[in-house]
Design a binder for this molecule. Structure first.
Ligand code: FAD
Length: 372
């Protein structure tokens, strides 16, 4: 007879792993995690390339958070090394610090700037707009045409195959402009990388006698066979769960190729953006982050595409409306069959790993409360 489980967890990504860990430890539930891929850790999966270099298979993951509780929680499963997240943008034949800061402005305009001078300079070149409606208007209203065309326009066109004027202002609005010389990619208080990698960290998290993992298994194969005693967590795409009955939610994907070089380091920092040259948007040398010592290195090149794994939900109003229709079905399914929809694919949202883990902790709590 097949073993029965209290919870079926669909997806061994960060959300599936955290929820399983919480349900097993706090509630004593037996959990079966399934994933259609041949590994755990979802898009955070890292592995050793043939050259021996640790790589991030699904694009670089720069872990960061502002919450000490979250770091404390994850520290049960990993030690950390500092996150060395530095990005440069290649434009006009030079490499500039990115996001734009005082050093970028100095290099770009060939003079030095204090914070006040930079503010004044941008005030003179920006195109005032109190209520920008899209990414183009937003960036123009902050930095003006020349910087917009050098750093943002080409990158956005490649990344989305859409013009910034057709994209929600949040797409480019996420990127800060700094009036200091902080060259770090992000502003978060904690910028850390799991010392032995993400896959190790999530592996330790689900290393529990009440948790079983079955890889190479899709939900579609088992949905009529495995009936958990208490609840199901579904972290796959929401439209797939409901048979795409209202149509497909679009996702942007990446075609990532890894190239080995016989030298310790190939580029000066982990990421170089190419807004205006090449088909790829960025080159990434993750060794700058993992801190691995090795005589050779691996660079990944990312070419955006509409085919392939779902990576980025497309931020447009009609997609948000379509998601809402599916979310209504998810709500009904939750009430009728105790299925919980969580994570980036089920919520059709771009979230970083820290946010995914916070969402998972909330979902686990909800599942436990509902079972009281
Ligand atoms: C290119 C890229 C770069 C990123 N960079 C960063 C970064 O720098 N910093 C950061 O903090 N975060 C980053 N993220 C975000 C991070 O990957 C996510 O926040 C996190 O992986 C979300 O966890 P999840 O469990 O919701 O989803 P996922 O990690 O996607 O895991 C979902 C799992 O469910 C499985 N699955 C789906 N459907 C089914 C099914 N039908 N049956 C069985 N299994 C199924 C999938 O195979 C997958 O393993 C990045 C994401 C991408 C795509």
């Amino acid at each position: 007879m097949e073993k029965s489980y209290d919870a079926l967890i669909v997806g061994a990504g960060p959300v599936g792993c955290v929820v399983a860990e919480q349900l097993a430890k706090k509630k004593g539930w037996s959990c079966l995690i399934i994933d259609k891929r041949d590994h755990i850790a979802g898009n955070c999966y890292d592995r050793y390339h043939e050259s021996g270099v640790l790589i991030h298979q699904y694009g670089p993951h720069y872990f960061r958070s502002n919450k000490k509780e979250l770091i404390d929680y994850l520290s049960q499963f990993t030690d950390w090394i500092p996150g060395n997240y530095e990005v440069k943008s290649s434009t006009r034949g030079e490499l500039f610090p990115f996001p734009i800061n005082l050093l970028t402005l100095g290099q770009f305009f060939g003079r030095t700037f204090t914070a006040e001078e930079a503010q004044e300079h941008l005030d003179n070149i920006r195109i005032p707009n109190d209520d920008p409606q899209n990414s183009e208007e937003f960036v123009l209203s902050r930095v003006g045409k020349e910087l917009y065309e050098a750093f943002y326009l080409g990158y956005t066109l490649k990344q989305w195959e859409m013009h910034p004027r057709d994209l929600n202002k949040s797409v480019c609005g996420r990127i800060p402009i700094r009036f200091n010389e902080d060259i770090r990619y992000v502003d978060h208080e904690y910028q850390l990388t799991p010392k032995e990698g993400f896959t190790e960290m999530f592996g330790k998290m689900i290393d529990h006698e009440l948790i079983d993992v079955q890889l190479n298994t899709s939900f579609e194969e088992v949905r009529d066979k495995i009936k958990p005693n208490a609840a199901t967590l579904y972290t796959g795409p929401i439209d797939a769960y409901f048979g795409f009955q209202y149509g497909k939610l679009p996702w942007r994907s990446l075609d990532i190729t890894f190239t080995e070089f016989k030298e310790a380091y190939k580029q000066p920092c982990v990421q170089i953006n190419y807004p205006n040259d090449h088909a790829y948007t960025r080159s990434v040398e993750i060794k700058h982050v993992t801190g691995q010592q090795s005589d050779n290195t691996v660079i990944s090149y990312e070419v955006p595409t509409w085919d392939g794994d779902p990576y980025y939900p497309v931020p447009a109003d009609d997609n948000a409306a379509l998601f809402k229709k599916y979310w209504k079905l998810a709500d009904e399914e939750n009430k009728a069959n105790k299925v919980y929809f969580s994570g980036r694919l089920a919520r059709y949202t771009y979230i970083n790993t820290d946010e995914a883990i916070e969402m998972a902790l909330e979902t686990a709590q909800q599942m436990m409360n509902d079972a009281e």
